[in-house]
Write a protein that binds this ligand. Structure first.
Ligand code: GAL
Length: 454
């Protein structure tokens, strides 16, 4: 079966091009909703009739392709995607899959390309989108997605997915995407040998982290490996530190009660903690992707990284043995808390190969699809009825933690707040990563909250 790559996954950009592109993306994303509104959506969409997904014939003349858009290009995520494609190919032999990837962690580049395509009336058949405000606030309220209630009904998905998640993919009583997984943002990954050689245990609290980091620094090892190239890495670290400082309930309130950013002294505390964490991190972070930063941990040139569990998918697909080469723990101060996010796929209006897109969504929501995808991706299934025998020790731990821990939504990965807010929050943290100006980041974070008040 032939698969083609529309955009290419390894574009080589100069630093200047990257900066220019990042700035452009900031503008594109922060204004995504208004741009979409201007091109015909509006924030008060007129109700659209539900599609007749269940009645649509499985094949139609001319539907010989399926274009799937995502940012999954790294080991782990790309392997998971390939596993989904394999199942689709078995179900629809003869259909050419166009693997339209745009590289860049957390979709920073991909989301900007998607905005251009959607505005230009050139949607892919289906695209990766985070459950939550990234889906609802950007695409659904702009009237760009088809509701897929019939499909949910037909496939029985609402009975096998957690309510927390179903709430994040619905708007005015209708479902708009199919979650394929749940990831955990607040994880610490560490090099087993480096820790053993220095007689260290993974840090449980923020204070433990500082004690461990001091020892590693004294031993000449970079304590914390942090990326920055894709502009989500430091904002990601900060959301995990906010969770540690505020706890899940108060962290979540930060997005529904924006005045807390100004009035709650714990914001200053979290900024202070971030500043201290960065003082133990590599200086060259703006040149590293999350995967480059993770690689240093399995190479042993850095001791720890704090990243979502797509890093787990990366490690195992690179052949690093879990529990031998690397270990894991909740990010410091967040034991018993699960900062979640979910990747999903939806049906854009005007999908060129709509029937194939519906078949794709069926694969994404199926037990077979999720049990093939998630063990490679490093995520747990969105379904509550997985075949546990295909999940390894880390993923079984994560399935159990999701069921028992206090949940909090990720802001950087689309669950907690709208895209415009996330972009501004991200900008503030990226400026801070270079300037380390605490007053400035605080005022930029307060400024960003205007996007929460819209
Ligand atoms: C997240 C996404 C993950 C993974 C990660 C790194 O936003 O949900 O599936 O792709 O970015 O790019």
């Amino acid at each position: 079966m032939e698969r083609s790559t529309q955009f290419g996954s390894s574009q080589q950009l100069t630093r200047r091009q990257l900066i220019r592109r990042t700035l452009a993306i900031g503008v594109a994303l922060s204004s995504a909703t208004s741009l979409l509104a201007a091109c015909g959506g509006g924030t008060q969409p007129t109700p659209t009739p539900a599609p007749q997904a269940a009645q649509t014939p499985a094949t139609a003349a001319g539907e010989d392709k399926l274009e799937i858009f995502s940012w999954w290009t790294n080991p782990g995520e790309a392997d998971g995607l390939a596993a989904l494609f394999e199942i689709f190919e078995k179900r629809k032999p003869g259909v050419e899959i166009i693997n339209a990837t745009v590289a860049g962690g957390a979709g920073t580049n991909a989301k900007a390309v998607l905005v251009t395509r959607m505005q230009g009336g050139n949607p892919p058949d289906s695209f990766q989108v985070h459950a939550g405000q990234e889906l609802i606030g950007t695409w659904v309220v702009a009237g760009k997605m088809e509701p897929i209630n019939d499909l949910f009904e037909q496939e029985g998905w609402s009975k096998v997915m957690p309510k927390t998640l179903l709430d994040q993919i619905s708007y005015k009583g209708e479902f708009f995407s199919v979650p394929v997984n749940i990831h955990r943002s607040n994880m610490l990954w560490y090099n087993k040998k480096v820790f053993a050689d220095n007689g260290l245990e993974p840090p449980k609290t923020l204070d433990d982290f500082f004690a461990v980091a001091e020892k590693l620094k004294a031993a000449g090892v970079t304590p914390l490996s942090v990326g920055g190239k894709d502009k989500f890495e430091v904002p990601h670290l900060f959301e995990d530190l906010l969770l540690a400082v505020f706890g899940p309930a108060d962290y979540t309130k930060l997005f529904s009660e924006p005045s807390l950013w100004e009035s709650d002294p714990r914001v200053d505390e979290a900024i202070e903690v971030l500043d201290r964490f960065l003082s133990f991190a590599n200086e060259d972070r703006s040149a590293l992707s999350w995967a480059d930063a993770a690689q240093r941990v399995i190479d042993g040139t850095a001791a720890m990284t704090i990243m979502g569990d797509w890093a787990y998918g990366y490690f195992i697909n690179k052949g690093a043995k879990a529990g031998e080469v690397f270990g894991w723990a909740p990010s410091p101060g967040t034991d018993g808390m699960f900062m979640w996010l979910s990747d999903s796929f939806g049906l854009p209006k005007g999908a060129p190969h709509r029937n194939n897109a519906i078949e794709w969504l069926k694969v994404c929501g199926s037990r077979e699809g999720q049990d093939a995808f998630n063990p490679k991706k490093g995520s747990i299934p969105a379904r509550t009825d997985p075949d546990r025998s295909v999940y390894d020790e880390y993923l079984l731990y994560s399935i159990d933690r999701f069921a028992q821990d206090a949940l909090a939504p990720s802001v950087v990965h689309g669950a907690a707040a709208n895209e415009a807010y996330m972009t501004e929050y991200g900008n503030a943290l990226n400026v801070f990563s270079a300037s380390r100006d605490k007053k400035q980041v605080k005022s930029m974070l307060i400024e960003a909250t205007r996007e929460l008040k819209r």
